[in-house]
Write a protein that binds this ligand. Structure first.
Ligand code: SF4
Length: 276
């Protein structure tokens, strides 16, 4: 089988009671999971578009637009496969942008390492493992709010717009609001109205292709991508595109890959979602 051979299949899901049919073209041969990201990203876009249509039907409009980077100072949660993808995206940037962005990553990591944020986020896991789930959720909320208050912009933010829009993490795609954009600089449950998404690929991606080598990190923020990709050279297994999709749908819906209408997956809370 040739490396550049592709196969196309159809999937039908039921999201919040609405049927969604998708045609997906995936590599026929064996690939590493981060090569599947464009397909997972496209699926995420489709789910988000459905949520946007729903809120627009309800007479609301999306506040997020290019030039507003209010939410791009949050701790963006990413998956292992996205960390390696982001590292590759940076390596492919032309100079001097590449060096500039690497310096931004390094400065951001140094900032949160020196103020102890990385250590404190590890405590969330310890609290959860201690059986104190409510305390862990509260502690996580405090720490993500603290991260935002530090005002450290995402290394990819230029002129308050995302400079890797096509490659941005899935969590960024899932964060869209109808509440006033200025509320995103100090978000609370009362002041932020997120677009509801029936399925959350960002949460599923955390498990797709997961090697366990970064499992010791309680929350993997985007700013640690380069550091970790260098420290732990990529060792993903290879599977066919169809097998990766089967894995993805199994995790997404807690059932086997669908070939007909699916049962409704659980809705997400959007607690640590991102935008655009
Ligand atoms: S990747 Fe882009 S959208 Fe996501 S936080 Fe960074 S600048 Fe914002």
């Amino acid at each position: 089988m040739q490396e550049n051979e592709w196969v196309t299949g159809n999937v039908t899901l039921s999201i919040n009671g609405q049927p969604l049919s998708m045609s997906m073209t995936v590599p026929a041969g064996r690939v590493k999971p981060h090569r599947m990201l464009p397909i997972f990203q496209q699926m995420s876009n489709t789910f988000v578009d459905m949520g946007v249509s729903e809120v627009e039907r309800a007479g609301k409009s999306i506040s997020c637009k290019a030039g507003c980077g209010a939410c791009c100072r949050q701790a963006v949660p990413i998956s292992e496969i996205e960390a390696y993808h982001i590292a590759e995206v940076v390596e492919e940037l032309p100079e001097p942008r590449r060096s500039e962005i690497k310096q931004r990553f390094s400065d951001a990591v140094e900032h949160f390492r020196s103020n102890g944020w990385f250590d404190r986020i590890q405590e969330v896991r310890e609290i959860a493992e201690d059986g104190r789930k409510e305390d862990a959720i509260e502690h996580l909320a405090e720490l993500t709010a603290e991260y935002l208050r530090e005002g450290i912009a995402c290394p990819f933010l230029y002129d308050e717009s995302c400079s890797i829009h096509k490659d941005r993490p899935v969590a960024c795609r899932e964060y869209l609001v109808t509440s006033p954009a200025e509320n995103c600089s100090a978000p609370t449950a009362e002041t932020i109205d997120m677009v509801p998404i029936g399925i959350s690929p960002s949460k599923t991606l955390v498990n797709v292709g997961n090697t366990g080598r970064l499992a010791h990190i309680a929350l993997l923020p985007l700013i640690r991508s380069l550091e970790l990709a260098e420290q732990f050279p990529e060792k993903f297994v290879e599977k066919t595109g169809e097998k990766w999709m089967a894995d993805f749908f199994t995790m997404l819906t807690q059932s086997d890959i669908p070939d007909s209408a699916r049962k409704k997956p659980s809705a997400i809370s959007g607690s640590n979602g991102r935008k655009r």
